[in-house]
Design a protein around this ligand. Structure first.
Ligand code: NIG
Ligand code: FE
Length: 414
């Protein structure tokens, strides 16, 4: 029998039926929710989505999972992490509790640079072990795709080391990894007072070498008074664009340098943090389809009071994503579920916005929406079956509602 004569179900491998499916795809129904639904998998892809009552008969070889009403969502995506580093910054937490600010600590040589020192001293194997441990914690929450930034190396060898580790995490675990070069995180001590020279090194040496080694899925920078100016960021982004590598930016976290507008004007996938975003910035992001990645963990941990302008983002129809921003200095929270909850309690997002912020819009922030982020035919079967039936619970609570089954590209994780 020729392939075209084969029944539609011939290549199906698994069916999850009687599920409450939140597709997270654009839909008149909140969350794209439908009860008593079924999703069929053909190998690593989603082959069919519809009401359980319309599910075609399947052959004996197809595994049928009766979800008994449980919730099925896309795998969660943490689109902003700094997962690879050594050491911790608990002493800075003490200093901040005694009144020092994040900026003051950074200016006196602590902050990111303290982690750079610890990370440069650590071996690749030590750093890999730490990163794997952290990635497993995220995976247990239902994360099937994670973005991992470099940025605690700040020299050629160390940045390459961190990016290699990011890639190795994706090879050693059933987890999709998007590797981001964040060499422009802050100016390293050997370039103190010579930020332009350091950007030269990144543009001429670090970025081309990392790209040549196939280690860069996107380029990021920290645009802030304590890091790099918009002019310096533009030079880096020009270089990334010449290599056809997408860009993203830490923008408007502590002040408004109009970084989001700059990033959007250069077609950035995302602008992240955004507490100080203004109307022009939001309008520019809307025009370019740049995703607003909100990071409530850093807002919470640094005791910030200025919230990102969520109402403005909604009005401008800027897609909103949420990341954990897991890092030792400003967001030592290894939980995307907690970040979802904080996005609701601290920034006023709805639970639906929070879930779409770690699925569809997070996929968009990583330029991978065609492959991930919603339950739709043709996409990768990255799916989570939860021990709850209502999607609001995923943002309303944390430490509850756990995944009962996780599929990564059609394979059950065990
Ligand atoms: O996303 N804002 C810059 N980078 C990190 C903080 C890194 C650190 O303090 O180590 C962030 O919040
Ligand atoms: Fe960050």
């Amino acid at each position: 029998m020729g392939r075209t004569d084969m029944p539609q179900t011939a290549d199906w491998t698994r069916v999850v039926t009687h599920a409450t499916v939140a597709t997270c795809a654009p839909s008149p129904a909140p969350y794209g929710l439908s009860e008593n639904s079924a999703v069929a998998l053909a190998g690593e892809r989603i082959a069919w989505v519809g009401p359980a009552t319309e599910l075609p008969a399947v052959g004996d070889g197809v595994e049928v999972i009766d979800a008994a009403g449980a919730l099925l969502t896309p795998g969660l995506i943490d689109c902003h992490t700094h997962l690879v580093f050594a050491g911790n910054r608990a002493q800075e937490f003490e200093l901040r509790q005694q009144g020092a600010s994040y900026e003051q600590i950074a200016r006196s040589g602590g902050g990111i640079l303290a982690t750079v020192t610890a990370t440069r001293e650590a071996s690749e194997e030590q750093l890999l072990a730490l990163a794997l441990q952290r990635a497993r914690v995220l995976m247990a929450e239902g994360i099937t795709c994670v973005e991992i930034k470099s940025g605690y190396g700040l020299d050629l060898e160390s940045e390459l080391k961190l990016l290699r580790i990011a890639r190795r995490v994706g090879l050693e675990l059933p987890l999709a990894v998007h590797a981001t070069l964040l060499a422009a995180h802050t100016c390293p001590p050997e370039f103190s007072g010579r930020a332009d020279d350091y950007i030269d090194l990144v543009v001429r040496t670090i970025l081309p070498a990392a790209a040549e080694a196939g280690l860069v899925d996107s380029v990021d920078a920290f645009c802030e008074r304590i890091a790099f100016s918009p002019t310096q960021v533009r030079r880096l982004f020009d270089a990334a664009r010449r290599l056809d590598i997408p860009v993203r930016l830490h923008a408007e976290q502590l002040s408004n340098l109009h970084g989001a507008e700059l990033a959007a004007g250069m077609g950035a996938l995302s602008a992240d943090h955004l507490e100080y975003l203004d109307e022009a910035g939001a309008a520019a992001m809307a025009r370019s389809g740049t995703v607003a990645v909100l990071l409530p963990g850093a807002f919470y941990y640094l005791g910030e009071t200025r919230r990102p302008p969520v109402e403005l983002l909604r009005r401008e129809c800027v897609p909103i994503a949420i990341g954990s921003d897991f890092n030792p200095g400003s967001s030592p929270l290894l939980s995307l579920r907690l970040a979802m909850n904080m996005a609701c309690t601290l920034f006023g997002l709805t639970p639906e916005e929070a879930l779409c912020g770690v699925t569809r819009n997070a996929a968009r922030a990583l330029g991978t929406l065609e492959e991930r982020g919603t339950i739709e035919v043709g996409k990768l079967a990255d799916l989570v079956l939860w021990d709850t039936s209502h999607p609001a619970e995923l943002a309303a609570e944390f430490g509850t509602a756990s995944p009962s089954r996780i599929y990564r590209a059609g394979q059950l994780l065990g």
